[in-house]
Design a protein around this ligand. Structure first.
Ligand code: GDP
Ligand code: MG
Length: 452
């Protein structure tokens, strides 16, 4: 998957002190392949890689982030940018009703979306009316009626004649002309004080002139505030040509991605926004009414990157990491001179980021480490902190002097048992030895990865 490829491309950068141009080129090649494999269109990939490369090469050495983290951040920023940056909300009409028209190929998920949108609008405090303008496909009108009933939202439908069920107390028009139904639907909404109208339209299996003309006629007749192009995220590269055709034939103000619950490779999402310049506004991820949400570019980017929530960890590290402190600690670690005082400082610094379980949970691969993680809890850390605080500065600075009588005093002072004090001191010595060995072998300091 795209996430896996990007993940492994970026993993190669971990542990590097500084990125050479060759490192960046190689990583960008991997990212390029990953994006192409995910069905992102070529021009979009090219533009994306060029931007990432430029920023990576010009990146300043950061005190808070190591080079791999820095590239992750750049890739993420650019992904968010390509996905539209900010979340774009519906623009409601100053004078209701707000008219929202849905357009897209058959099977894209328009009718399902009409129900979800109705449900969502209702929860937002609106009174939506769904209008059934797909008079092409047999059963399309009753499908919308079922969906509307499930959502508890009224449906305006053409006169069913005998084949389609009843339409409720709402007015009806003669069947056959989707443009007339759309127009009457909006008029009905105005008369009955519905404040949002969602127009469900017909689609075809492929792009076809008559379909475009019909959609475009409905648009002209109802002057919608928003035209949402609904596209199945699973169709990959075809999403781009379909989007272009709808942009030329009907025009739209926003995009809705559907079927994101399938094994969509993310390519459609990346391309459509970039190619059409129209924002992705909603995402649909299942057949149930609630499988629907406002589209958040930042969330989609981290989903595509698939690096746990490593990104929020990076953000927090940037905010909280004191580079100088980290550097000093790293030097001490390398020389095996870390003191309990440093240890306490580092612990406090890490804990500023939030509960320890959350912090560890954000690391990639943390899913499989659940068992190990469940043993690290904040209460335990509180006790460690209490023990160290119960020591004199001399003891913290030189833990070797902590003999049996000192241990007893510390235990009594911090309200723990002597064996807990023993454990902490033993583990500290072990960890200090191990860290010194590790940092010696890697030829670098631990912590911020700051160089120069
Ligand atoms: P329309 O022809 O554009 O109106 O598409 P429909 O709303 O009739 O949807 C076509 C099919 O896709 C139906 O079987 C829906 O249940 C299904 N569908 C729609 N949206 C989603 C989605 O987000 N996820 C999944 N898994 N199925 C969806
Ligand atoms: Mg439909």
């Amino acid at each position: 998957s795209l996430s896996d490829r990007l993940g492994s491309a970026l993993k190669d950068l971990r542990g590097k002190g500084r990125l050479s141009d060759a490192d960046i080129d190689r990583t960008c090649r991997e990212i390029r392949l990953a994006l192409l494999e995910a069905d992102v269109s070529l021009p979009v990939v090219r533009g994306f890689i060029a931007k990432v490369k430029e920023r990576a090469k010009g990146a300043e050495v950061s005190g808070a982030l190591n080079p791999a983290q820095q590239v992750v951040k750049i890739v993420n920023d650019e992904l968010v940018g390509i996905l539209g940056g900010e979340t774009r909300r519906i623009e409601y009409a100053k004078k209701p009703p707000t008219v929202i028209m849905l357009a897209g190929l058959q099977g894209a998920g328009k009718t399902t979306l009409a129900g979800k949108l109705g449900n969502w609008l209702k929860k937002q405090g609106h009174q939506p009316l769904l209008v059934a303008c797909d008079l092409q496909r047999p059963g399309a009108v009753s499908q919308l009626q079922i969906v509307g009933e499930r959502a508890g939202v009224k449906v305006f439908a053409p006169d069913p004649g005998t084949s389609i069920g009843q339409t409720g107390e709402l007015g009806t028009v003669s069947s056959g002309d989707p443009v007339a139904v759309a127009r009457d639907g909006v008029a009905e909404a105005t008369a009955q004080h519905y404040d949002v109208v969602v127009i469900d339209t017909a689609g075809r299996l492929g792009i076809d002139e008559e379909l475009m003309r019909q959609a475009s006629d409905i648009r002209e007749a109802t002057e919608p505030d928003e035209v949402l192009f609904v596209v199945d995220a699973m169709i990959g590269q075809d999403a781009v040509s379909t989007a272009e055709a709808f942009q030329d034939g009907v025009g739209f103000t926003g995009v809705v991605l559907t079927k994101l619950d399938g094994d969509a490779r993310g390519g459609a999402a990346l391309s459509v926004r970039e190619v059409t310049g129209r924002p992705i506004m909603f995402a649909s991820s299942g057949e149930k009414l609630d499988d629907f949400d406002v589209f958040h570019p930042d969330r989609m980017a981290s989903r595509i990157l698939g690096m746990g929530d490593v990104l929020s960890l990076i953000e927090q590290a940037e905010q909280h990491w004191d580079a100088q402190q980290a550097e000093a600690a790293a030097a001490k670690i390398t020389q095996g001179e870390l003191t309990l005082e440093d240890f306490l400082d580092q612990m406090l610094m890490i804990r500023k980021m939030g509960p320890i379980g959350n912090i560890l949970g954000m690391l990639p691969g943390a899913g499989q480490m659940k068992d190990a993680l469940s043993q690290v809890d904040d209460k335990q850390l509180d006790r460690v902190q209490a023990i160290i605080r119960g020591m004199t500065p001399a003891e913290r600075d030189n833990p070797k002097i902590i003999n049996a009588s000192r241990r007893l005093r510390i235990a009594n002072g911090s309200g723990v048992t002597v064996s807990e004090v023993n454990q902490l001191v033993d583990r500290f010595f072990e960890a200090r030895k191990m860290m010194a060995q590790m940092s010696g072998r890697m030829g670098m300091g631990v912590g911020g990865g700051r160089k120069n």
